[in-house]
Design a protein around this ligand. Structure first.
Ligand SMILES: C[S@@+](CC[C@H](N)C(=O)[O-])C[C@H]1O[C@@H](n2cnc3c(N)ncnc32)[C@H](O)[C@@H]1O
Length: 154
């Protein structure tokens, strides 16, 4: 499995995504909104704290904030450059780099994950999933969008 260095193309990520999705829709926010609409429908109660794990450049954050206006929405990622962009387009939202200062990173009622796990090497996925689960409050929800490819464990 080839690991992508998201720091290396954080600045181009949004443009690349736009190029790939214009075939389906001219509205570049369509897929982000679509995913969050599903999460909104899945949520059985109003979450107090919401985390987007692997938030990248923060494209989904404003839709999470719109969907859960009374919640505290935060984002985390391993890519510092993506986080820098996420911060600049989402002022007032707390973002942090995974691996830094773990103490305050728990207590979430809803954790949203989109397009992250297929970038995590298979041998690390259980540990990453366990780390996500540890952050969840009792009764909380993890809502994820996964891409699974059969036939390869590399
Ligand atoms: C395809 S992008 C998706 C970004 C965002 N979720 C979205 O939907 O636009 C995948 C993101 O996962 C992040 N990522 C990969 N491994 C991670 C890990 N172990 N923990 C947190 N984020 C991770 C990458 O840095 C990258 O920003």
């Amino acid at each position: 499995m080839k690991k992508i260095d998201f720091d290396g193309f954080a600045h181009a990520y949004d443009d690349l995504l736009r190029e790939q999705t214009t075939f389906f829709t001219e509205d570049e926010t369509y897929f982000a909104r679509y995913k969050i609409d599903i999460v909104r429908r899945l949520a059985t109660s109003e979450p107090r704290r919401v985390l987007e794990f692997g938030c990248g450049t923060g494209r989904n954050i404003r839709f999470l904030r719109d969907a859960f206006p009374r919640s505290e929405v935060m984002g985390s990622d391993v890519s510092q450059k993506s986080l820098d962009l996420a911060r600049s387009s989402n002022p007032g939202v707390h973002f942090w780099r995974e691996g830094d200062d773990a103490a305050t990173r728990s207590g979430f009622d809803l954790i949203f994950i989109a397009g992250v796990f297929h970038h995590v090497p298979p041998s690390e996925r259980n540990a990453v999933a366990a780390c996500v689960a540890e952050r969840l409050n009792a009764g909380g929800t993890v809502a994820g969008v996964l891409r699974v490819r059969g036939g390869s464990t590399k």
